[in-house]
Design a protein around this ligand. Sequence first.
Ligand code: URA
Length: 238
Amino acid sequence: MRIDKFISDAGIASRRDSAKAAKTGGITVDGIVVRDVSKHIDPEKSKVVYLGREIVYRKYTYVMLNKPEGYVSATDDKSLPYVTELLPEELRRQELFPVGRLDKDTTGLMILTNNGQLAHALLAPKKHVSKVYYFTAAEPLESGAEERFKNGVTLADGYECKSAILELSSDRLSGEITLTEGKYHQIKRMIASTHNRVTSLERISFAGIPLDTSLSRGEWRYLTKDEIALLEGANKIK
Ligand code: URA
């Protein structure tokens, strides 16, 4: 792999900036200064240091995005804003895609990666990956809703949901729902089954990874090693 590609894939600097840094002696490979970033290295074995900082090679990239309202969970769309538009060019070149979908009007935690195998596995129903949503509703939720959700509500089309945890605020107008499945419009349809309506929805956790609340809507960051381990751990659960 070319040195400038390695550096840009790691999200450290653009290819142009790496070329500049190399000219001033700012890049070493295995301790030797390299001035030509078109040279090839073995990404798994070479030790690349960029302006004094060692770059840890990761085969795949994982980021967390705080999805704003109005964006579709897609990598392209002809007419609507889409989530990967919120990522910088270096990341878009890495062809990240969202792990699962959120509705256009749903906000919050979205994980994007280019590890197709892991993303696909995490969405498999048998993995029961947990997702937590914060919602607000038009009316206070009916009494006994917690028990109904625990026993599995039946949606309008007859689908019987798996057991879900519903925790309500004291006025019963908002709360958190933990799901281990992900059907189309699931939370909205679950709340609708109680003759009520979701007025806002935000995903606040996925596979045990909480939304980083220091990210404003539309902002992103790389997942930490521990967060990636949580994703990998969730994939191991049968
Ligand atoms: N449930 C919904 O209804 N919408 C989402 O975006 C996610 C879960």
